[in-house]
Design a binder for this molecule. Sequence first.
Ligand SMILES: Cc1ncc(COP(=O)(O)O)c(C=O)c1O
Length: 389
Amino acid sequence: MESIYLDYNSTTPMDPTVVQAMTESQLSGFVNPSSQHRLGQNARQLLEDEKCRIIELLGGKSSGLEQDRLVITSGGTESNNLALSGVANFQNQKFQRNELIVSSIEHPSVLETANYLQASGMIVHHLPVDSTGKVNVDFLPQLISPNTALVSVMLANHETGVIQPIPLIGEICREHNVLLHCDATQAIGKIPVHFGNLGVDLMTISPHKFYGPRQIGALLVRRNIDLAPILYGGQQQLGTRPGTEDVPSIVGARVALELAIKRLAETDAIKKLRDELESHLSDHLPDLVINGIQGERLPNTSNISVPGANRQALLMSADLHGIALSTGSACASGSSEPSPVLTAMNLPNSIIDSAIRISLGFATTKQDIEFVGQKLGEIINKLRSSKQI
Ligand SMILES: Cc1ncc(COP(=O)(O)O)c(C=O)c1O
Protein backbone atom coordinates (compact mmCIF):
# COMPACT_ATOMS: atom_id res chain seq x y z
CA MET A 1 0.00 0.00 0.00
CA GLU A 2 1.32 3.42 -0.91
CA SER A 3 1.41 5.95 1.89
CA ILE A 4 0.00 9.44 1.72
CA TYR A 5 2.87 11.49 3.10
CA LEU A 6 1.69 14.37 5.28
CA ASP A 7 4.89 14.95 7.23
CA TYR A 8 6.57 17.61 5.08
CA ASN A 9 7.62 19.68 8.11
CA SER A 10 9.80 16.75 9.06
CA THR A 11 11.53 16.56 5.70
CA THR A 12 10.74 16.95 2.00
CA PRO A 13 11.72 14.83 -1.01
CA MET A 14 14.51 16.34 -3.07
CA ASP A 15 13.20 18.00 -6.20
CA PRO A 16 14.44 16.17 -9.36
CA THR A 17 15.98 19.44 -10.59
CA VAL A 18 18.03 19.60 -7.39
CA VAL A 19 19.11 15.95 -7.78
CA GLN A 20 20.15 16.63 -11.35
CA ALA A 21 22.14 19.77 -10.47
CA MET A 22 23.88 17.96 -7.63
CA THR A 23 24.65 14.92 -9.76
CA GLU A 24 26.15 17.08 -12.48
CA SER A 25 28.21 18.91 -9.90
CA GLN A 26 29.33 15.61 -8.32
CA LEU A 27 30.34 14.20 -11.70
CA SER A 28 32.08 17.32 -12.92
CA GLY A 29 34.56 17.55 -10.09
CA PHE A 30 35.59 16.14 -6.75
CA VAL A 31 37.95 18.97 -5.99
CA ASN A 32 38.59 20.43 -2.56
CA PRO A 33 37.81 24.17 -2.78
CA SER A 34 40.70 24.88 -0.40
CA SER A 35 43.28 23.30 -2.74
CA GLN A 36 45.75 25.79 -4.19
CA HIS A 37 45.88 24.39 -7.72
CA ARG A 38 43.81 25.81 -10.54
CA LEU A 39 41.09 23.16 -10.11
CA GLY A 40 40.81 24.06 -6.45
CA GLN A 41 40.61 27.74 -7.28
CA ASN A 42 37.83 27.06 -9.79
CA ALA A 43 35.93 25.09 -7.15
CA ARG A 44 36.46 27.96 -4.67
CA GLN A 45 35.10 30.46 -7.19
CA LEU A 46 32.03 28.30 -7.82
CA LEU A 47 31.51 27.89 -4.08
CA GLU A 48 31.75 31.65 -3.45
CA ASP A 49 29.38 32.39 -6.35
CA GLU A 50 26.83 29.90 -5.01
CA LYS A 51 27.07 31.40 -1.52
CA CYS A 52 26.55 34.94 -2.89
CA ARG A 53 23.50 33.77 -4.81
CA ILE A 54 22.04 32.15 -1.67
CA ILE A 55 22.61 35.37 0.30
CA GLU A 56 20.85 37.39 -2.42
CA LEU A 57 17.93 34.95 -2.62
CA LEU A 58 17.45 35.27 1.14
CA GLY A 59 17.40 39.06 1.02
CA GLY A 60 20.90 39.57 2.39
CA LYS A 61 23.67 41.77 0.99
CA SER A 62 26.10 39.80 -1.12
CA SER A 63 28.53 42.58 -2.08
CA GLY A 64 29.91 45.91 -0.97
CA LEU A 65 31.06 47.06 2.43
CA GLU A 66 27.87 45.91 4.14
CA GLN A 67 28.22 42.36 2.81
CA ASP A 68 26.55 39.65 4.91
CA ARG A 69 28.22 36.25 5.19
CA LEU A 70 26.93 32.76 4.82
CA VAL A 71 28.45 30.09 7.04
CA ILE A 72 27.84 26.62 5.60
CA THR A 73 27.00 23.99 8.22
CA SER A 74 25.67 20.43 8.34
CA GLY A 75 22.03 21.52 8.79
CA GLY A 76 19.57 23.51 10.87
CA THR A 77 20.69 21.87 14.09
CA GLU A 78 24.31 22.91 13.67
CA SER A 79 23.35 26.40 12.48
CA ASN A 80 21.26 26.90 15.63
CA ASN A 81 24.07 25.54 17.82
CA LEU A 82 26.55 27.86 16.11
CA ALA A 83 24.29 30.90 16.39
CA LEU A 84 23.67 30.47 20.10
CA SER A 85 27.02 29.16 21.29
CA GLY A 86 29.01 31.19 18.77
CA VAL A 87 27.44 34.53 19.70
CA ALA A 88 27.06 33.80 23.41
CA ASN A 89 30.64 32.64 23.87
CA PHE A 90 32.10 35.53 21.85
CA GLN A 91 29.95 38.17 23.57
CA ASN A 92 30.64 36.68 26.98
CA GLN A 93 34.42 36.54 26.48
CA LYS A 94 34.69 39.98 24.90
CA PHE A 95 31.96 42.06 26.55
CA GLN A 96 30.97 39.97 29.61
CA ARG A 97 27.48 39.65 28.18
CA ASN A 98 26.37 36.40 29.76
CA GLU A 99 22.59 36.32 29.30
CA LEU A 100 20.50 34.72 26.58
CA ILE A 101 16.80 34.99 25.74
CA VAL A 102 15.12 32.17 23.81
CA SER A 103 11.43 31.71 23.14
CA SER A 104 9.90 28.75 24.93
CA ILE A 105 8.68 27.16 21.67
CA GLU A 106 12.02 26.90 19.89
CA HIS A 107 13.19 23.68 18.27
CA PRO A 108 15.26 21.43 20.59
CA SER A 109 18.40 22.45 18.67
CA VAL A 110 17.95 25.92 20.20
CA LEU A 111 16.50 24.97 23.57
CA GLU A 112 19.06 22.25 24.27
CA THR A 113 21.94 24.52 23.24
CA ALA A 114 20.56 27.13 25.64
CA ASN A 115 20.39 24.46 28.37
CA TYR A 116 24.00 23.51 27.67
CA LEU A 117 25.10 27.15 27.84
CA GLN A 118 23.17 27.56 31.09
CA ALA A 119 24.97 24.56 32.56
CA SER A 120 28.25 26.25 31.57
CA GLY A 121 27.34 29.42 33.47
CA MET A 122 25.22 31.58 31.14
CA ILE A 123 21.89 32.91 32.38
CA VAL A 124 19.00 31.86 30.12
CA HIS A 125 15.58 33.55 30.05
CA HIS A 126 12.60 32.02 28.29
CA LEU A 127 10.28 34.33 26.40
CA PRO A 128 6.77 32.96 27.05
CA VAL A 129 4.11 32.28 24.43
CA ASP A 130 0.35 32.68 24.75
CA SER A 131 -2.24 29.96 24.16
CA THR A 132 -2.39 30.87 20.46
CA GLY A 133 1.25 29.85 20.05
CA LYS A 134 2.59 33.37 19.54
CA VAL A 135 5.47 34.70 21.61
CA ASN A 136 4.48 37.31 24.12
CA VAL A 137 6.54 40.25 22.87
CA ASP A 138 5.47 42.46 25.79
CA PHE A 139 7.79 40.48 28.06
CA LEU A 140 10.85 41.01 25.89
CA PRO A 141 11.92 44.49 27.06
CA GLN A 142 11.74 43.29 30.69
CA LEU A 143 13.98 40.32 29.94
CA ILE A 144 16.63 42.31 28.08
CA SER A 145 19.48 43.64 30.23
CA PRO A 146 22.88 45.22 29.51
CA ASN A 147 24.25 41.66 29.81
CA THR A 148 22.08 40.18 27.04
CA ALA A 149 24.27 38.54 24.41
CA LEU A 150 21.52 37.28 22.09
CA VAL A 151 17.77 36.87 21.61
CA SER A 152 16.64 33.82 19.60
CA VAL A 153 13.10 33.51 18.23
CA MET A 154 12.03 31.31 15.33
CA LEU A 155 10.14 32.64 12.31
CA ALA A 156 7.55 29.85 12.18
CA ASN A 157 6.93 27.04 14.61
CA HIS A 158 7.59 23.47 13.50
CA GLU A 159 4.58 21.97 15.30
CA THR A 160 1.80 24.55 15.00
CA GLY A 161 3.08 26.55 12.02
CA VAL A 162 2.40 29.77 13.97
CA ILE A 163 4.34 32.69 12.47
CA GLN A 164 6.13 34.86 14.99
CA PRO A 165 6.30 38.69 14.93
CA ILE A 166 10.00 38.84 14.04
CA PRO A 167 10.12 42.40 12.57
CA LEU A 168 8.66 43.73 15.84
CA ILE A 169 11.10 41.67 17.91
CA GLY A 170 13.90 42.97 15.66
CA GLU A 171 12.87 46.58 16.40
CA ILE A 172 12.93 45.94 20.15
CA CYS A 173 16.34 44.26 19.91
CA ARG A 174 17.78 47.14 17.88
CA GLU A 175 16.40 49.70 20.36
CA HIS A 176 18.21 47.84 23.13
CA ASN A 177 21.33 47.19 21.05
CA VAL A 178 20.95 43.42 21.33
CA LEU A 179 21.60 40.81 18.62
CA LEU A 180 18.69 38.73 17.26
CA HIS A 181 18.93 35.20 15.83
CA CYS A 182 15.99 33.78 13.91
CA ASP A 183 15.54 30.11 13.04
CA ALA A 184 13.85 30.32 9.63
CA THR A 185 14.05 26.55 9.04
CA GLN A 186 10.30 25.95 8.71
CA ALA A 187 9.46 29.23 7.00
CA ILE A 188 11.64 29.14 3.88
CA GLY A 189 9.68 27.88 0.87
CA LYS A 190 6.35 28.30 2.68
CA ILE A 191 6.24 32.09 3.18
CA PRO A 192 8.45 34.89 1.79
CA VAL A 193 11.61 35.25 3.90
CA HIS A 194 13.79 38.35 3.57
CA PHE A 195 16.76 38.68 5.93
CA GLY A 196 16.95 42.47 5.51
CA ASN A 197 13.23 43.10 6.01
CA LEU A 198 13.02 40.81 9.02
CA GLY A 199 15.67 42.93 10.74
CA VAL A 200 17.52 39.96 12.21
CA ASP A 201 21.27 39.56 12.69
CA LEU A 202 21.60 35.81 12.18
CA MET A 203 19.27 33.41 10.38
CA THR A 204 19.20 29.60 10.22
CA ILE A 205 18.51 27.79 6.94
CA SER A 206 17.94 24.07 6.34
CA PRO A 207 17.47 23.03 2.67
CA HIS A 208 15.95 19.60 3.35
CA LYS A 209 12.81 21.41 4.52
CA PHE A 210 12.39 22.98 1.06
CA TYR A 211 13.04 20.06 -1.31
CA GLY A 212 16.82 20.37 -1.09
CA PRO A 213 19.56 18.09 0.23
CA ARG A 214 19.89 16.86 3.83
CA GLN A 215 22.99 17.31 5.96
CA ILE A 216 23.68 20.77 4.67
CA GLY A 217 22.53 24.01 6.23
CA ALA A 218 23.66 27.56 6.63
CA LEU A 219 23.75 30.45 9.03
CA LEU A 220 23.34 33.84 7.41
CA VAL A 221 25.25 36.36 9.51
CA ARG A 222 25.11 40.13 9.32
CA ARG A 223 28.40 41.85 8.62
CA ASN A 224 30.70 42.49 11.58
CA ILE A 225 29.08 39.94 13.86
CA ASP A 226 31.72 37.71 15.35
CA LEU A 227 31.13 34.11 16.29
CA ALA A 228 33.29 31.86 18.42
CA PRO A 229 33.64 28.54 16.55
CA ILE A 230 32.02 25.41 17.91
CA LEU A 231 34.26 23.15 15.82
CA TYR A 232 38.04 23.41 15.71
CA GLY A 233 40.25 22.61 12.75
CA GLY A 234 41.42 24.29 9.56
CA GLN A 235 40.89 27.81 8.30
CA GLN A 236 37.88 27.06 6.08
CA GLN A 237 35.15 29.71 6.34
CA LEU A 238 37.69 31.92 8.17
CA GLY A 239 37.92 29.38 10.96
CA THR A 240 34.29 29.98 11.97
CA ARG A 241 33.31 26.57 10.65
CA PRO A 242 36.29 24.42 9.73
CA GLY A 243 35.94 21.36 7.49
CA THR A 244 36.01 20.76 3.73
CA GLU A 245 32.95 22.30 2.06
CA ASP A 246 30.85 20.03 -0.16
CA VAL A 247 30.36 22.05 -3.34
CA PRO A 248 27.64 19.79 -4.87
CA SER A 249 25.50 20.10 -1.73
CA ILE A 250 25.86 23.87 -1.82
CA VAL A 251 24.83 23.84 -5.49
CA GLY A 252 21.83 21.72 -4.47
CA ALA A 253 20.92 24.15 -1.68
CA ARG A 254 21.03 27.10 -4.09
CA VAL A 255 18.92 25.35 -6.74
CA ALA A 256 16.40 24.27 -4.08
CA LEU A 257 16.17 27.83 -2.78
CA GLU A 258 15.60 29.27 -6.26
CA LEU A 259 12.85 26.73 -6.86
CA ALA A 260 11.32 27.29 -3.43
CA ILE A 261 11.04 31.02 -4.10
CA LYS A 262 9.54 30.42 -7.56
CA ARG A 263 7.01 27.98 -6.11
CA LEU A 264 5.83 30.28 -3.30
CA ALA A 265 2.82 31.17 -5.47
CA GLU A 266 1.74 27.51 -5.29
CA THR A 267 1.45 27.60 -1.51
CA ASP A 268 -2.03 29.18 -1.89
CA ALA A 269 -3.23 25.85 -3.31
CA ILE A 270 -1.63 24.00 -0.38
CA LYS A 271 -3.35 26.33 2.07
CA LYS A 272 -6.68 25.70 0.36
CA LEU A 273 -6.22 21.94 0.78
CA ARG A 274 -5.17 22.37 4.43
CA ASP A 275 -8.22 24.54 5.10
CA GLU A 276 -10.51 22.03 3.37
CA LEU A 277 -9.11 19.22 5.50
CA GLU A 278 -9.58 21.22 8.68
CA SER A 279 -13.14 22.20 7.84
CA HIS A 280 -14.04 18.61 6.87
CA LEU A 281 -12.62 17.31 10.15
CA SER A 282 -14.35 20.04 12.17
CA ASP A 283 -17.67 19.17 10.54
CA HIS A 284 -17.31 15.50 11.45
CA LEU A 285 -15.66 15.90 14.86
CA PRO A 286 -17.41 18.73 16.69
CA ASP A 287 -14.91 18.68 19.58
CA LEU A 288 -11.88 19.00 17.27
CA VAL A 289 -9.45 21.75 18.29
CA ILE A 290 -7.07 23.32 15.77
CA ASN A 291 -4.05 24.49 17.71
CA GLY A 292 -2.69 27.90 16.71
CA ILE A 293 -5.58 28.70 14.33
CA GLN A 294 -6.16 32.10 15.97
CA GLY A 295 -2.95 33.55 14.54
CA GLU A 296 -1.12 33.64 11.24
CA ARG A 297 0.11 30.14 10.31
CA LEU A 298 2.25 28.48 7.67
CA PRO A 299 -0.01 27.51 4.75
CA ASN A 300 0.81 23.79 4.94
CA THR A 301 0.63 23.05 8.67
CA SER A 302 -2.27 21.82 10.75
CA ASN A 303 -1.96 20.80 14.38
CA ILE A 304 -5.16 19.19 15.60
CA SER A 305 -6.37 17.67 18.85
CA VAL A 306 -9.39 15.57 19.66
CA PRO A 307 -9.66 15.85 23.44
CA GLY A 308 -9.59 12.46 25.08
CA ALA A 309 -7.85 10.78 22.13
CA ASN A 310 -4.48 9.08 22.42
CA ARG A 311 -2.16 10.63 19.84
CA GLN A 312 0.04 7.56 19.58
CA ALA A 313 -2.95 5.25 18.87
CA LEU A 314 -4.21 7.76 16.34
CA LEU A 315 -0.86 8.03 14.61
CA MET A 316 -0.39 4.26 14.43
CA SER A 317 -3.89 3.65 13.20
CA ALA A 318 -3.48 6.31 10.51
CA ASP A 319 -0.19 4.68 9.54
CA LEU A 320 -1.92 1.31 9.15
CA HIS A 321 -4.30 3.02 6.72
CA GLY A 322 -1.37 4.44 4.75
CA ILE A 323 -1.40 7.96 6.16
CA ALA A 324 1.95 9.27 7.40
CA LEU A 325 1.46 11.94 10.09
CA SER A 326 3.47 13.12 13.07
CA THR A 327 2.96 13.82 16.73
CA GLY A 328 5.24 16.83 16.58
CA SER A 329 8.86 17.44 15.74
CA ALA A 330 10.66 14.46 14.21
CA CYS A 331 13.09 14.31 17.10
CA ALA A 332 10.23 13.72 19.52
CA SER A 333 8.10 11.38 17.40
CA GLY A 334 8.51 7.76 18.33
CA SER A 335 8.61 8.81 21.94
CA SER A 336 5.50 9.46 23.98
CA GLU A 337 6.82 12.71 25.43
CA PRO A 338 4.15 15.40 25.40
CA SER A 339 4.78 18.22 22.95
CA PRO A 340 7.01 20.90 24.52
CA VAL A 341 5.47 23.48 22.17
CA LEU A 342 1.87 22.82 23.21
CA THR A 343 3.01 22.55 26.84
CA ALA A 344 4.63 26.00 26.56
CA MET A 345 1.31 27.26 25.16
CA ASN A 346 -0.22 26.16 28.46
CA LEU A 347 -2.90 24.06 26.77
CA PRO A 348 -4.92 21.54 28.76
CA ASN A 349 -3.51 18.00 28.98
CA SER A 350 -6.43 16.61 26.97
CA ILE A 351 -5.36 18.79 24.02
CA ILE A 352 -1.65 18.08 24.40
CA ASP A 353 -2.15 14.32 24.73
CA SER A 354 -4.23 14.08 21.59
CA ALA A 355 -2.32 16.44 19.28
CA ILE A 356 -1.11 15.37 15.86
CA ARG A 357 0.63 17.39 13.18
CA ILE A 358 -0.43 17.19 9.55
CA SER A 359 1.93 18.95 7.16
CA LEU A 360 1.19 19.15 3.43
CA GLY A 361 3.56 19.56 0.50
CA PHE A 362 3.58 20.23 -3.22
CA ALA A 363 2.73 16.61 -4.05
CA THR A 364 -0.38 16.57 -1.83
CA THR A 365 -3.53 16.23 -3.95
CA LYS A 366 -7.21 16.98 -3.40
CA GLN A 367 -7.86 13.23 -3.51
CA ASP A 368 -5.28 12.68 -0.75
CA ILE A 369 -6.99 15.25 1.42
CA GLU A 370 -10.47 13.86 0.77
CA PHE A 371 -9.26 10.36 1.66
CA VAL A 372 -7.41 11.56 4.78
CA GLY A 373 -10.33 13.69 5.95
CA GLN A 374 -12.73 10.78 5.67
CA LYS A 375 -10.32 8.18 7.09
CA LEU A 376 -9.18 10.25 10.06
CA GLY A 377 -12.79 10.90 11.02
CA GLU A 378 -13.51 7.17 10.82
CA ILE A 379 -10.38 6.20 12.74
CA ILE A 380 -11.13 8.61 15.57
CA ASN A 381 -14.76 7.50 15.84
CA LYS A 382 -13.72 3.82 15.75
CA LEU A 383 -11.04 4.28 18.41
CA ARG A 384 -13.60 6.15 20.45
CA SER A 385 -16.27 3.46 20.24
CA SER A 386 -13.72 0.76 21.17
CA LYS A 387 -12.55 3.05 24.01
CA GLN A 388 -8.97 2.94 22.87
CA ILE A 389 -8.71 6.66 23.22
C1 LIG B 1 12.31 24.83 13.48
C2 LIG B 1 13.42 23.85 13.24
N1 LIG B 1 14.69 24.22 13.51
C3 LIG B 1 15.72 23.38 13.32
C4 LIG B 1 15.52 22.10 12.85
C5 LIG B 1 16.69 21.19 12.67
O1 LIG B 1 17.05 21.14 11.31
P1 LIG B 1 17.93 19.95 10.72
O2 LIG B 1 17.04 18.76 10.60
O3 LIG B 1 18.39 20.48 9.39
O4 LIG B 1 19.07 19.73 11.66
C6 LIG B 1 14.21 21.67 12.56
C7 LIG B 1 13.96 20.30 12.10
O5 LIG B 1 12.89 19.76 12.24
C8 LIG B 1 13.15 22.57 12.76
O6 LIG B 1 11.88 22.22 12.50
